[in-house]
Design a protein around this ligand. Structure first.
Ligand SMILES: Cc1cc2nc3c(=O)[nH]c(=O)nc-3n(C[C@H](O)[C@H](O)[C@H](O)COP(=O)(O)O)c2cc1C
Length: 397
């Protein structure tokens, strides 16, 4: 194995477990497409890119679309601050990702797959390309895969454009088409009108990497991990004030306290779950579970100890969103600027609590009025940090 990408003795229930290269593709291609959809449905697999949309539904809708051409896109933009688990999958478990794409292609009737790779990960591109070529020579990519005359599939890699919003699936598609990376109006959804106007599955790297294990061991096996509503395992990118930062594969349902113990965090004041656009959880809520139904995350877990000032954390997040808003819709373009202004007012002791309450209301409006997930989630840290750390923040002046 390439020295740059050597594994670090990781183990886990699903993704970081043993896997025989090519085995899932072989098995899937001997299976009826409808049976694959049933298996994925039974697994309960939901998208790992943040929104948690059921994979079986997305694939079923794309499979049902009547079109001469379809696409599978692997969303490897990994732009959420504090997230770095897709990088580990791409560089240490590339076969899982590629095989997940092939199985998706077979199931929905696509012949082309594209990996939209974050530009900052360009150093992984040649390695991934070599894995694609290996798969071609093994007969798992290209024409008549595994000897099936009715299935051709190939994968290409395209580099992202360095904008956070390009991780949003419709902005990603715009960017792939050579346009400015701005979200589209929905409907129509990519499952019907996606890349170049054709039905398109867009899935996160981790979502696709989970598929080969489900094909090999079954949906029922996979569903036994996790909480039921959040089935399977989850990769967490743990960073910040802890002794053992890194990527952990754990089951959904683990509590924040348990995760903090595992990563050697001490003296913890707050945990930001779900990246900058997630929520900030105070110590009194560390018994909460990490799951879709409680504290949800696409993978990012940032730990802040008692030496941190939460107003600094908030300022950092709001500066990020102000910078990254694509500017297309007013609630996000203006709203983030107003929220950042509010943070600076607090810093300079030039605020009234009434005005801060108004800004929180603005945040609630942004959640429903913004065009895409960026502006719909960017008020989360503003609201949760000001609510959960009000003594520290408003008592500091
Ligand atoms: C601003 C923004 C950035 C996003 N960035 C990513 C990303 O980097 N990677 C990703 O997989 N999903 C990202 N998403 C979510 C995608 O729009 C989409 O839901 C996801 O790729 C679908 O795959 P999944 O169902 O497998 O999670 C982002 C969404 C928004 C609103």
């Amino acid at each position: 194995m390439n020295k740059l990408f050597e594994r670090k003795n990781r183990t886990g229930p699903v993704l970081f477990s043993e896997y025989e290269k090519g085995s899932a593709v072989k098995k899937a291609l001997l299976t009826d497409r409808d049976d694959i959809l049933l298996e994925i449905r039974e697994s309960g697999l939901r998208g790992r890119g943040g929104a948690g949309f059921p994979v079986s539904v997305k694939w079923m809708l794309t499979a049902a679309a009547n079109s001469p051409q379809k696409f599978v896109i692997c969303n490897a933009d990994e732009g959420e601050p504090g997230t770095f688990k897709d990088r580990v999958l791409l560089s240490e478990y590339p076969e899982l990702v590629l095989e997940g794409m092939i199985i998706a292609g077979y199931t929905v009737g696509a012949r082309k797959g594209i990996i939209y790779l974050r530009a900052e990960y360009s150093y992984i591109k040649d390695f991934l390309q070599s894995k694609i070529e290996e798969m071609r020579s093994d007969g798992n990519l290209g024409k008549n895969i595994c000897g099936r005359k009715d299935f051709d599939f190939d994968i290409s890699i395209r580099l992202g454009s360095g904008a956070y919003v390009c991780g949003e699936e419709t902005a990603l598609i715009e960017s792939l088409e050579g346009h400015r990376g701005e979200p589209r109006n929905r409907p129509p959804f990519p499952v019907n009108t996606g890349y170049l106007g054709f039905p398109t599955v867009v899935n996160n790297v981790e979502t696709l990497a989970s598929v080969p294990h489900i094909i090999n061991k079954g949906g029922e096996w996979y569903h036994k991990f996790g909480t039921g509503k959040s089935s399977g395992s989850k990769l967490f990118s743990v960073s910040g004030d802890c002794r053992y930062p890194g990527v952990y594969e754990l089951q959904w349902g683990i509590t924040i306290k348990e995760l903090l113990d595992l990563c050697g965090a001490e003296n913890t004041k707050a945990v930001q779950i779900g990246g900058a656009s997630g929520i900030c959880i105070p110590e009194s809520e560390f018994s909460r579970q990490i799951s879709f139904e409680d504290a949800s995350t696409g993978g990012s877990v940032m730990v802040f100890n008692k030496n941190r000032k939460m107003i600094d954390v908030l300022q950092n997040f709001m500066e990020f969103f102000t910078e990254e808003s694509c500017g297309q819709c007013t609630p996000c373009r203006i709203g983030n600027v107003k929220l950042l202004e509010g943070v600076n007012m607090i810093r300079n002791n030039e605020y009234s609590l009434e005005y801060i309450e108004k800004l929180k209301e603005l945040g609630e409006t942004m959640k429903i009025a913004s065009k895409c997930g960026l502006g719909q989630t960017s008020p989360n840290p503003f609201i949760s940090i000001l609510n959960n750390f009000k003594d520290e923040i408003f008592g500091m002046n």
